[in-house]
Design a protein around this ligand. Structure first.
Ligand code: MN
Length: 311
């Protein structure tokens, strides 16, 4: 997924985990190659949750013809993309000749490192449905120029808490470790409850966490959490005591406070504006990021550095 909204101010971003109460951030509408998304991160006041720096939620939607998702080739540096679906399908293609279909229950993890380009689209054979998320994880300085890679995980570990089922996408929860490669201490998990229940989830007190509800109802600290709002919980909690309604689904993201200043502009995570400017130039010149040969169509040109953001 590509962040198509140019943000030329290349906002300086630093983690600030100190928080006593739950902070709530309503997602904003954004458009990704014609697909409407709810963007929960970054937002003006909260840039990072651990290493998590970007969160798009799209669907649920049904369609008869065409491709609701068709994000042409675009570059990334300094981050990992984490793609996770609730329904439907998406097809990833990249400049390393990877081509991978993803369906619900599977994880696509692309480590951009020093540079990769990819496309994401609805495959021709599909279920006429689409619902999912894409997150970005900022790579810490020691790994941000690593070689790019792509991994598909068709099966991920699950944990049962009471009547609820939790899938560990990346990182570890209650000592259950995802096979996905992570470069800093973090957690990404999907929580599913099929019946009304009161639950205690063990979480790490040195992590900052956020909850992103997808459906159903969650009661936390006497507050009902709503879908498409990001709830930042800060750090210092060693358990998450929640009451859930039947058919509740949410995502839990978190990690050790990132502790590095990062810059985000377009699809790039970097440390300096020079790095961003160079990556932009090298995408436009076409040398650094390879070619997504399997994608039928043109690639996405970089927005001008001078363009003001749309939102
Ligand atoms: Mn992308």
């Amino acid at each position: 997924m590509s962040n198509l909204i140019p943000d030329p101010s290349a906002l300086q971003i630093q983690s600030n985990p100190e928080s006593a109460t739950i902070e709530s951030y309503v997602s904003r509408e954004a458009d990704i190659g014609g697909l409407s998304v709810h963007r929960a991160l970054p937002n003006r006041k909260r840039r990072l949750v651990g290493p998590w720096c970007f969160l798009d939620h799209y669907g649920p939607l049904t369609f008869e013809t065409g491709k609701p998702m068709d994000v042409a080739p675009h570059p990334h540096i300094g981050l990992q993309t984490v793609t996770w679906l609730f329904s439907g399908e998406a097809l990833h293609k990249d400049s390393m000749e990877n081509e991978q279909l993803i369906v619900p229950g599977q994880l696509n993890l692309m480590t951009a490192g020093k540079g990769i380009s990819h496309s994401e689209e609805t495959p021709g054979r599909n279920s006429s449905k689409l619902h999912g998320v894409q997150f970005w994880v900022a790579l810490p300085d020691a790994y941000r120029n690593t070689e790019p890679s792509f991994h598909h995980h068709s099966k991920l570990p699950e944990i049962n808490f009471g009547s609820a089922r939790v899938v560990v996408l990346i990182g570890a929860l209650a000592e259950t470790l995802s096979p996905a490669t992570s470069y800093s201490e973090m957690i990404g998990a999907e929580f599913n409850a099929n019946q009304k229940d009161d639950l205690d989830l063990p979480i790490k007190s040195n992590f900052e966490h956020a909850i992103f509800p997808i459906e159903g109802s969650i009661l936390l600290d006497k507050q009902i959490l709503q879908p498409d709002v990001l709830y930042y919980l800060g750090s210092g909690r060693d358990s998450l005591s929640i009451s859930v309604s039947a058919k509740t689904k949410f995502l839990l993201v978190g990690g050790a406070p990132f502790g590095e200043k990062i810059l985000m502009w377009w699809n790039f995570v970097a440390h300096t504006s020079e790095e961003i400017s160079r990556a932009r130039t090298e995408w436009e010149e076409g040398n650094r990021f390879g070619t997504v040969r399997r994608y039928a169509g043109n690639r996405i040109p970089a927005p001008p550095l001078s363009v003001r953001p749309k939102s």
